[in-house]
Design a protein around this ligand. Structure first.
Ligand code: CTP
Ligand code: MG
Length: 240
């Protein structure tokens, strides 16, 4: 159903949740596994529904999704659900196209956040949005790297260390002006760039992006062991 987004003044959140969770290797996509009785997607969604600046949440799910309808809160006027694609970048692109087709103003602030990061905190979201509002340019949560990083060649031979002072781990949310994300992510899809986050698309499109140091508990649930760690953090946050 077409809706008019031209009057939106607040922030729009996009939550890509159309992956299959191959590396976790469970019997369903990882965003539908539960922690303390709640689905990972539901936990993530709650963080955005409870964040005042967010006026609309676009959840991107697989066209074959069988689980979303059972989610608590899904019947919420702030939520729209759209179909994703085979790659994360295509899922995000579908969300941005939906927003464009429904008249979202170019200057709207957009936050993109992995469904697989349910431990994101209010504190980090506030710091990110404040940075965005202050500088009026794209920004993202990131973390310095603690381990030594060894570069390998194609035969797994060790070539030597990378300078970790010049490297950060890119977390989400990642934030930019709507028109900037739209242009950058669309170009990434057209040019088949092998990217796994949205800052990569912004940078490839020549955008200046600022990092905001995030909290270490904002992990992406990627392998099965991450579930116990996420549960630990969510209990610490008294979320579950
Ligand atoms: N995602 C998406 N559409 C895709 C692939 C991924 O919306 N085609 C979403 C995932 O649901 C997840 C986020 O992007 O919330 C980050 O991706 P990742 O951690 O790689 O999740 P999966 O692709 O599901 O996991 P895997 O790569 O292990 O299959
Ligand atoms: Mg993936």
């Amino acid at each position: 159903m077409p809706i008019d987004l031209s009057t939106i003044k607040g922030t729009v959140a996009i939550i890509p949740a159309a992956g299959i969770g191959e590396r976790v290797g469970a019997n369903k996509p990882k965003q539908y596994l539960t922690i303390g009785g709640r689905t990972i997607l539901g936990l993530t969604l709650d963080k955005f529904l409870n964040f005042d600046p967010v006026e609309l949440v676009v959840i991107v799910v697989s066209p074959n999704d069988q689980y979303l309808a059972n989610l608590r809160y899904i019947e919420n006027a702030k939520i729209v659900v759209i179909d994703g694609g085979n790659e994360r970048v295509e899922s995000v692109n579908n969300a941005l196209s939906y927003l464009f087709d429904n008249g979202l103003p170019d200057d709207t602030a957009v936050m993109i956040h992995d469904a697989a990061r349910p431990c994101v905190t209010h504190e980090d979201m506030v710091r990110l949005i404040e940075t965005f509002n202050q500088n009026q340019k794209a920004c993202f949560l990131a973390l310095p790297v603690a381990d030594t990083l060894q570069q390998l060649d194609d035969e797994q031979r060790v070539l030597g260390p990378l300078d970790r002072r010049n490297i950060v781990r890119a977390l989400t949310p990642q934030m930019a002006r709507f028109a900037d994300f739209k242009h950058a992510v669309e170009s990434a899809v057209i040019n088949k760039l092998p990217i796994t986050d949205d800052v990569s698309a912004l940078v490839a499109a020549g955008q200046d992006v600022q990092m905001v140091i995030g909290r270490a508990d904002n992990i992406k649930i990627t392998v099965a062991d991450d579930l116990a760690l996420a549960e630990f953090y969510l209990r610490q946050q008294q979320v579950v």
